[in-house]
Ligand binder design. Structure first.
Ligand code: HEC
Ligand code: HEC
Length: 481
């Protein structure tokens, strides 16, 4: 449910206590972790203090982020984001007579508002003049939609105003599960730096780039909710990322996925806001500006007018881009769907696939090697870090997280994004996002299938180029689309 509003930001405070988790088995291991706070990125910390903390009334990066996302103990539901925060939303059906004290409201809810007897219903205004106030409903008549309030409203609302009951429940539930099951690897803020992370290769994903590797969506799209829940169901084979089925049920999975998306959007928002400021207002940039004669006072004055004016436009752009892209990843248009069914897995198809694999235009071998062991020429070069412009100290390709990005050894038959032929089709079509495995979306779908047939045959061939048809026990060929 996305509560759309006309205001630029509607922010609901949904800070709820963690009461419901107390006493659950295992929670006693993490009482401190449960209380941990979000941290800011190193890039935020590299800005001058005024850019981090703001100037006078003008917010800097930290407040811009906190106002929209809050803190684990006091989460914000920024309704501009395409996140299902939970709760039932509705609209005021009639404008109450403002000449008398408003103690009754007529509301139509989008779903069924199930309430236990004597349960206090908290109704929060999301839009309109009464937003973001919360009123207490004493009695609720589902038949007529009439809510009797415990006290008269201070500001009279109007028909069409949006309200929500139980806002944030899903997110708070997702947070609890995340803190218990994920944060020791992925970190409270989703920075991939939990206490266990240092021992793991590959490192747990840092969500804050807003990039996930193994998706069913096209090369330019974000991960869909289905992609993230598939990762939680299956784990990531060949890594420490475990499967959470049957430990988590369907509702749990959905809620923890929303929380991961929330953390990813928080991180990405912070990154993008910092990017607006980093080139002129990082400590380093300001130092070199001062070396070339500018005064710090003038630089801060300039920053002040930047925060007051240009930053407002940037925020609007960043917000629309963020919510649009995360939303559209869930649409059917974003899904990679082969135009033709899998080409029959014959010796001939595998041979064509291998030729394409080795060809100079497609050149999978440049990274994965002629023998497909993940040892192509690209693994020995020294690359430049795109941000610092320095050479990395270790040879090989690097992903957007600056980790060494080893091309997969295809002779092992372990596929992190799933082993079904359709998974491999999508991997080749869309690439592996944030990694150096490129998208081959311009290839004919028939050719991608030939390559899939070849790749799936690699673990069963002693000699490269020798491609017998697999037996019926061969799980790779037995798996169907
Ligand atoms: C034991 C450590 C560990 C735990 C616990 C763990 N993860 Fe992971 N997770 C990893 C590692 C390692 C990776 C990176 C694998 C890779 O790069 O291929 C990862 C990757 C991911 C990804 C990225 C998928 C992609 O396509 O990029 C998501 C999403 C994720 N984990 C979510 C979770 C959630 C949610 C939980 C808790 C329910 C969780 N993880 C628990 C270690 C862990
Ligand atoms: C520029 C280097 C590069 C090229 C070219 C390249 N790959 Fe990759 N490939 C990688 C890297 C790096 C990874 C590991 C990515 C990761 O998991 O972070 C990878 C991973 C893979 C995987 C593993 C998928 C999974 O789910 O684990 C397959 C399969 C694969 N590549 C096939 C191919 C094929 C087929 C081609 C040619 C059509 C190709 N690659 C071209 C770098 C490359």
């Amino acid at each position: 449910m996305l509560v759309k509003t006309n205001r630029q930001f509607t922010i609901l405070t949904i800070g709820l206590a963690l009461v419901s988790f107390a006493g659950c088995s295992g929670s006693s291991d993490y009482p401190e972790a449960f209380k941990s706070r979000f941290v800011y990125s190193d890039r935020t910390d590299s800005l001058i203090a005024e850019a981090q903390n703001g100037i006078g009334e003008l917010p800097g990066v930290k407040k811009l982020v906190d106002d929209r996302f809050g803190d684990p103990q006091d989460l914000m539901a920024w309704t501009k984001l395409p996140i299902d925060f939970g709760g039932i939303s509705g609209k005021l059906a009639e404008t109450p007579d403002a000449s008398i004290a408003v103690k009754e409201l007529k509301i139509s809810f989008d779903g069924e508002l199930a309430t236990a007897e004597n349960e206090t219903i908290l109704l929060q205004f999301v839009t309109g003049t009464a937003a973001p106030s919360v009123v207490v409903v004493n009695a609720w008549q589902p038949e007529t939609g009439l809510a009797s309030l415990s006290a008269a409203m201070e500001v009279a609302p109007a028909a069409g105003d949006e309200v929500i009951v139980g806002g944030g429940q899903k997110l708070v539930h997702g947070r609890g599960l995340y803190m218990r099951h994920c944060s020791h690897c992925h970190g409270t803020s989703g920075d991939g730096a939990g206490p266990t992370a240092q021992y793991l290769t590959p490192r747990p994903r840092d969500y804050r780039h807003g990039v996930f590797k193994f998706t069913s969506t096209d090369a330019l799209s974000k991960a869909s909710k289905d992609d993230l829940s598939r990762v939680l169901r299956n784990g990531i084979p060949g890594t420490y990322m475990p499967s959470f089925v049957p430990m988590l049920n369907e509702d749990d999975l959905a809620d923890v996925v929303e929380y991961v998306r929330f953390l990813a959007m928080r991180g990405e928002f912070e990154r993008k806001v910092v990017s607006e400021l980093a080139s002129d207002y990082s400590e380093e940039a300001v130092k070199s500006r001062r070396d070339s004669g500018e005064s710090r006072k003038d630089i801060v004055e300039e920053l002040k007018s930047f925060l007051a004016e240009d930053m407002q436009d940037s925020l609007e752009f960043v917000t629309d881009d963020l919510s649009g892209r995360w939303d559209s990843a869930n649409s059917e248009d974003a899904l990679v769907v082969p135009e033709i069914a899998r080409v029959e897995d014959t010796i001939e198809s595998r041979r064509i696939g291998r030729e394409l694999y080795l060809s100079k235009t497609i050149n999978c071998a440049d990274c994965h090697g002629i023998s497909a062991k993940g040892n192509g020429p690209q693994t020995t070069i020294y690359e430049e870090n795109p941000v610092t412009k320095q050479l990395y100290t270790e040879p090989g390709l690097h992903d957007v997280w600056d980790n060494v990005n080893q091309p997969r050894n295809l002779t092992q038959g372990i596929y992190r994004g799933g082993r079904r032929p359709i998974d491999l089709f999508r991997r080749i079509h869309a690439g592996i996002k944030g990694s150096r495995m490129p998208s081959f979306k311009n290839l004919k779908h028939e050719d991608i299938w030939h390559i899939v047939n070849y790749v799936l045959s690699v673990p069963f061939n002693a000699e490269p180029g020798h491609a017998p048809v697999a037996t019926s026990e061969d799980p790779a060929t037995a798996a169907s689309l």
